[in-house]
Write a protein that binds this ligand. Structure first.
Ligand SMILES: Nc1ncnc2c1ncn2[C@@H]1O[C@H](COP(=O)(O)OP(=O)(O)OP(=O)(O)O)[C@@H](O)[C@H]1O
Ligand SMILES: [Mg+2]
Length: 584
């Protein structure tokens, strides 16, 4: 039951009890008062009758005269009047002949009056033909009682009056009761309204409207409650915003991590992924969250690590080869105690780059040793031949010395290139930056290589550039060197009769300088590696060259903030492109 109804009902019950007791008390006392008044009136009337009839009876007047007086008096007082003689016989009556009444001495009111007191009685009245109330008084003449005067009134007269009083009281009670109900509802409403407001505010707060507050109330207790509610809401808001802040910090930390991070709950369902994890597992957060870990990572080793972590609260560390590319990942699993739906954290660290650098370093050492061994072996062989007698043959001696000289030149060039490369890489040879106009740069290079190309039976040309002033930001000498290395390769790897074209176009704030040849081309497997130090494709192994030219190109271009790419079709030709930022 509602508090408001309850208060109103209690109030109404209280008022009803008060009204009913009041009504009962009032009707009782009113009834008594009325009866006394009527009986008093009747006694007065009976005394009056006695006063009028007394002298007639004392004189011994004829019965007809007494009867006539009784009839007259009966009309006056609007009730029945009976005169009884001292022996109890009716001698006169206002309505019926007295003889028909007979002896009345046994009637209680008459008996009392005969004894000298005021008598009271009730019963069926012959004269009034209804239930009546009687009052009888003695008729006294001098010291003697000469008879009794009796007055009768219908009882219904009294009960009608009593009924009227009761009706009035009932109406009064109903009106007062109705008013009480209205007042009770208003008061109860005023008392419970602030509570309703509080309840609504609490519900809104629970629904997430943390700024919710209630205004103070007039009632001290409710005002206290409102203050307590506001204090609670404020502290809740503070706590939640602090928690949200912490969560924000944590999420941005995880989001920016280069390591892949995945959180799983106790059932092994994913509850969080960061950007790195989404990249590794080729998924998105909306796709992954809520899915079983195994469905997303598709790796049983990883899944086992994760489930041991959440089921047995066991830390784990493992290196796995992941996915079709067999990427090396170091996976660690950390259980989280009391982390809610983050029961465990799986962190994946990509080891591929570390391993690749390792391989490159190892390859480099092998390659350097290998590249040094060939010319050194040549020099040693020539020196031995000379020692064993060729020295004395001037013609042969000259041949071997030339051979030694060539091999030494080759060694010197290689050392020079290596030094150059490490200078560029380490930044020890700073770039002399300036605006380099692309047209003249290409023109210079083409002219320089024209005699070599001609000797090799190749056609070398530069395509006209659309924008004559096209320029890049860079070091003129270094860019010339990069272009020279590309042209050198093109000549070396293109059979006689081929065509070499140099072109330049501007695109999206970049300038692309391309060297295109119709040479032997590069197999797909080699294409990604030709820019590595010492790398030579299988077709090039027999040809001179140490495999450093393109590595130098790559580093020069990178030092300029650009990049170098290659496209090639084995047997058809290759195009090396250098992309550099355009000068403004
Ligand atoms: N234009 C080209 N056509 C075909 N293959 C090429 C071309 N340019 C480079 N390559 C391949 O790339 C490899 C690496 O080239 P790079 O210029 O680095 O070395 P190199 O020319 O062999 O030696 P170096 O330039 O040090 O004398 C070459 O050995 C060759 O296999
Ligand atoms: Mg080369």
């Amino acid at each position: 039951m509602k508090l408001r109804t309850r208060i109103a009902l209690a109030y109404v019950a209280l008022v009803a009890i008060a009204l009913i007791s009041l009504a009962v008390y009032l009707s009782r006392s009113e009834q008594d008062r009325l009866r006394e008044r009527v009986e008093g009136d009747m006694t007065d009337e009976a005394r009056l009758v006695a006063l009028v009839v007394g002298p007639l009876l004392a004189e011994g007047a004829p019965a007809a005269e007494v009867d006539a007086a009784a009839k007259r008096l009966g009309q006056e007082i609007e009730g029945g009047v009976t005169v009884v003689s001292s022996d109890g016989r009716a001698v006169a009556d206002s309505v019926v002949p007295p003889a028909s009444l007979g002896d009345l001495s046994q009637r209680p009111e008459v008996a009392r009056a005969l004894a000298g007191e005021v008598g009271k009685g009730s019963g069926f009245s012959q004269s009034l033909r209804t239930d009546a109330t009687y009052i009888a008084v003695p008729i006294v003449s001098g010291q003697d009682s000469v008879g009794v005067a009796r007055v009768a009134r219908p009882s219904s007269q009294l009960s009608t009056s009593l009924g009227d009083i009761a009706l009035t009281l009932l109406v009064a009670c109903l009106v007062a009761g109705g008013a009480a109900v209205v007042v009770a509802l208003v008061i109860a409403g005023a008392m419970t309204r602030p509570l309703g407001r509080l309840a609504r505010a609490a519900r809104r707060l629970a629904g997430g409207q943390l700024g919710e507050r209630v205004s103070s109330s007039a009632t001290a207790e409710v005002a206290d409650l409102a203050d307590a509610f506001n204090a609670m809401a404020a502290s809740l808001q503070g706590t939640i915003s602090r928690l949200a802040e912490e969560r924000q910090k944590l999420e941005s930390l995880l989001a920016s991590s280069a390591d892949a991070v995945v959180a799983v709950d106790r059932e092994g369902l994913i509850t969080f992924t960061n950007a790195a994890a989404e990249a590794v597992f080729r998924t998105s957060r909306t796709e992954a969250v809520g899915k079983p870990f195994l469905h997303v990572v598709r790796d049983h080793e990883l899944n086992e690590l994760a489930s041991r972590c959440v089921k047995l609260a066991e830390r784990g560390l493992r290196v796995i080869a992941y996915g079709p590319e067999q990427r090396w990942l170091q996976a660690s699993a950390v259980p989280i105690e009391g982390g809610g739906d983050w029961a465990g954290l799986i962190i994946l660290h990509d080891l591929s780059e570390v391993r690749r650098l390792d391989t490159v370093r190892r390859d480099f050492i092998t390659n350097v040793s290998h590249e040094l061994r060939t010319p050194l072996a040549g020099i040693k062989a020539s020196a031995e031949t000379l020692k064993e007698g060729a020295l004395h043959d001037p013609e042969a001696a000259a041949e071997f010395v030339r051979h030694i000289e060539n091999e030494t030149d080759r060694l010197a060039q290689m050392v020079e290139e290596l030094l150059e490369l490490s200078r560029i890489e380490s930044g020890a040879a700073p770039l002399r930056m300036g605006v380099v106009t692309v047209g003249p740069l290409i023109e210079r290079c083409v002219q320089r290589f024209a005699p070599q190309a001609e000797r090799a039976g190749l056609h070398l040309s530069a395509e006209p550039i659309e924008d004559e002033g096209l320029a890049v930001q860079g070091d003129d000498d270094r860019l010339g060197q990069a272009l020279a290395n590309l042209l050198h390769n093109a000549i070396k790897f293109t059979p006689a009769g081929g065509q070499i074209t140099v072109s330049a176009v501007a695109h999206n704030g970049e300038v692309a300088i391309a060297v295109r040849d119709t040479g032997i081309g590069i197999a797909a497997g080699d294409r990604s590696r030709v820019f590595e130090r010492f790398y030579k494709a299988a077709d090039a192994r027999g040809r001179p060259g140490s495999g450093l030219g393109l590595a130098i190109v790559k580093h020069i271009v990178q030092a300029h903030g650009g990049r170098a790419t290659v496209e090639s079709q084995p047997g058809q030709g290759s195009t090396f492109t250098v992309l550099l930022p355009r000068a403004r």
